[in-house]
Write a protein that binds this ligand. Structure first.
Ligand SMILES: O=C(O)CCC(=O)C(=O)O
Length: 245
């Protein structure tokens, strides 16, 4: 079992990860960033596989009202109803190597039933972002993993109870953001629509960016009225990721 503490020390003791952690200009409890989580070749193959699949949004169902294009795997999320509406089955095989790497890097446990079972792929064209939000604690498990590809951008974490408590993190292509604990539950995260951003005096020109966000849904029953929003329920007694004791 990998505890969050072990992951913490693992990330901070490896030579490469020190630079990842120092890139967090104002670290938040439970927030980790791993640069170069995948290689350029893997990024290339990944975007090719993604672009061979159908994008929704921009008039195309499901979620036709969304300007940003998305692909939903494992479960379909409705942005209009703010809930998970359909079980779509297993994640596609082109994501297998990522799940394998989450295990190798001890980010998740090697127990199949405990792997992330939902992945939303978001496409951000220049001028597109995402509003401040916290991923629903009722719907999704305690660990959110988000892989960035193609372009850098800044992600802002704003404390729910104190909007002056903000941290801005640079997400480089091929980096993996791990949101757990306070960063996952006590903060909203957002990405601006700005075509150009500035980070430590450096100009970040935004291009097409794609992110793959992995989440865990513990139970889903669209017909059960007693379940949480959207018929899915996160059961804290049965946490999939054993990152915390
Ligand atoms: O694009 C990202 O890195 C974040 C995606 C996100 O926050 C979401 O899908 O809820």
């Amino acid at each position: 079992m990998v505890t969050l503490k072990q992951l913490d020390s693992q990330l901070s003791s490896s030579t490469t990860s020190q630079s990842h952690l120092s890139s967090l200009n104002a670290p938040i409890e439970g927030l980790f960033l791993i640069d170069d989580f995948i290689s350029e070749r893997e990024e290339f193959e990944l975007i090719n596989s993604i672009d061979l699949c159908e994008w929704s949004g921009n008039g195309i169902p499901p979620n036709p009202e969304m300007k940003r294009r998305t692909q939903h795997y494992g479960y379909e999320f409705s942005y209009r109803y703010r809930k998970v509406v359909q079980n779509l089955g297993k994640l596609p095989t082109f994501l297998d190597f990522l799940i394998k790497r989450f295990i190798e890097k001890k980010i998740i446990q090697p127990i199949e039933e405990e792997y992330p079972n939902m992945c939303i792929i978001n496409e951000y064209q220049v001028g597109q972002g995402i509003m401040p939000h916290t991923d629903s604690p009722e719907m999704f498990g305690p660990v959110i993993l988000s892989l960035s590809i193609l372009s850098s951008c800044l992600i802002t974490f704003t404390h729910i109870q104190d909007s002056t408590n903000q941290s801005i993190i640079l997400l480089k292509p091929r980096s993996l953001l791990i949101m757990t604990k306070s960063s996952r539950f006590d903060y909203k995260h957002s990405i601006s629509k700005d075509a150009v951003e500035y980070y430590n005096g450096e100009e970040i020109k935004r291009n097409r960016r794609v992110s793959l966000t992995f989440r865990t849904i513990m139970e889903f029953n669209e017909n059960d009225e007693n379940m949480g929003k959207g018929g899915c329920k996160f059961n804290n007694n049965n946490v999939q990721y054993k990152l915390t004791k």
